[in-house]
Design a protein. Structure first.
Ligand code: P5A
Length: 447
């Protein structure tokens, strides 16, 4: 992408309404624009990152054997009356009446709708296990929408639902989700710690929230510091193996880690004092096992091997996709702007031309642009006639992890400058070597 052709409305001033760094940078970097309270338009840069995050989630869900689909945002109230949640959900539910005076609603979550799809189509235990998921917009009429995409009213969520014959099978699904979520967040450069939590309006006793530690987080968290040493890394996991998934669950949940909703001071005090931590966290996901809470009232049953009709055991699993952008920025920024982890960066590298219009500099930038593109990478080429300082400030603000700076002085010696956004370190090297280095970082083969 050439910056002169892109739509990147960066703001020089810090918007007054933004109280936390991620919200400020998302507005300043031209990623989002508020449409009304807690509702945002996703401008091209923000949309690009949203898509990257979504793709990682799809890849990891496919790896775990879960199946993607899409349900509508507007649902009929009748289904929610069947489960008993229509009244129970309260003021957070956006209720709509259509022209026929029928009660509709904008989906805050989709347990009812997916259970309806299941009961209409599945009747035998032979079709189990089944896990379906979607990535779709949700609406919750939050009393205090704030911090930009962190607590929106409209927000983008991955929501998955498992259907199993027995509680044991459903707990395996729970564990599978825990494993796949650990992998998913790590690919985004995040450490998200599973913590025992409260199930709220979704229901059930078994639930973990995934929290990213950050001072600006809305949840108070209590944990054993040993937990932050745990990394999932690049270990291979066989998702069909109960033992393997269970072992990961035990490894990542055996130490004390709870949100304020379930915190137990007496248990916490059993941890050696030097390892006790009280901090704040951003909830980026939550998994639930709630058994037959929906299948029983809604009649989602299958016939088992003995011919008995039994309600299926279910759970649901959510990732706050739009919130993740804020969480990643909270975890990865400095006073100049965002620092995107390589896994989610909107462009793989920036190219800054220090002397636009200089034939040699222009040609060198075009050649770099072509080489990176040929590798399947997406560079962002600042081909504008702005001053060098302004170009650097924009690149720092939007947070591309690598920048190649091209100027007539370097080119006389056959070199360009490659700079890491994270460390600020620069090195001079021939353009081909800069391309090779970027190719290696992103694991793409140089043609
Ligand atoms: C699980 C999927 C559920 O709704 N039903 C289907 C279950 N869980 S949840 O914890 O309530 O939400 C899942 C994740 O969505 C994010 N989230 C939000 N993000 C931005 N703004 C909001 N107002 C908001 N509410 C929830 C969180 O990351 C949460 O973990």
């Amino acid at each position: 992408m050439r910056l002169s052709r892109y739509f990147l409305p960066v703001l020089k001033e810090t918007p007054a309404e933004a109280q936390i760094v991620s919200h400020r940078y998302m507005l300043r970097a031209g990623m989002i624009k508020q449409a009304s309270a807690g509702i945002y338009s996703w401008l091209p840069l923000g949309f690009k990152i949203l898509r990257k995050i979504e793709n990682i989630i799809h890849e990891e869900q496919a790896r775990a054997g879960h199946i993607a689909m899409l349900m509508p945002t507007i649902q009929s109230a009748d289904l929610w009356r069947e489960s008993g949640r229509y009244d129970a959900y309260g003021a957070e539910m956006l209720r709509i009446t259509d022209r026929h005076e029928r009660d509709m609603l904008f989906t805050p979550t989709a347990e009812e709708l997916i259970t309806d799809i299941f009961r209409a189509n599945v009747s035998s235990y032979k079709d189990l296990p089944l896990t379906l998921y979607q990535i779709q917009w949700k609406f919750r009429d939050e009393i205090r929408p704030r911090f930009g995409v962190m607590r929106g009213r409209e927000f983008y969520m991955k929501d998955g639902y498992n259907f199993d014959l027995t509680k044991e099978d459903a707990l395996h699904a729970y564990n599978r989700h825990l494993v796949s979520y650990l992998r998913t967040y790590e690919r985004m450069g995040l450490q998200a710690i599973p913590m025992r939590a409260d199930s709220g309006p979704i229901g059930g006793d078994d639930t973990h929230e995934f929290l990213v530690l950050a001072e600006t987080g809305e949840s108070e968290v209590f944990y054993d510091s040993e937990i932050t040493d745990l990394k999932f890394g690049d270990r291979e996991i066989d998702y069909s193996s109960r033992a393997q998934c269970q072992a990961v669950l035990e490894e990542f949940t055996s130490r004390y880690a709870r949100t304020d909703e379930t915190h137990d001071e007496a248990l916490f005090n059993q941890i050696p004092e030097e390892r006790r931590r009280v901090a704040r966290g951003i909830e980026v996901g939550q998994i639930f096992y709630f058994g037959t809470k929906y299948s029983e009232p809604m009649g989602a049953t299958v016939t088992d091997a003995e011919g008995n009709k039994v309600p299926v055991h279910m759970g649901s699993h959510g990732i706050g996709v739009s919130r993740l952008l804020g969480a990643i920025i909270e975890a990865s920024h400095d006073d100049k702007g965002i620092i995107w982890p390589e896994g989610v960066t909107p462009f793989h590298a920036g190219i800054v031309n220090l002397k636009q219009g200089d034939a040699e500099a222009d040609a060198a930038c075009e050649a770099l642009y072509a080489s990176l593109t040929a590798l399947g990478l997406e560079p962002l080429y600042d081909d504008t006639t702005e001053r060098a300082g302004a170009k650097f400030a924009t690149m720092d603000l939007i947070g591309l992890p690598w920048r190649i700076t091209v100027g007539p002085r370097g080119l006389k010696n056959g070199v360009v400058e490659l700079t890491s956004r994270r460390t600020g370190e620069s090195e001079e090297l021939p353009p081909e070597a800069a391309v090779a280095k970027i190719a290696a970082i992103y694991g793409v083969a140089k043609a």
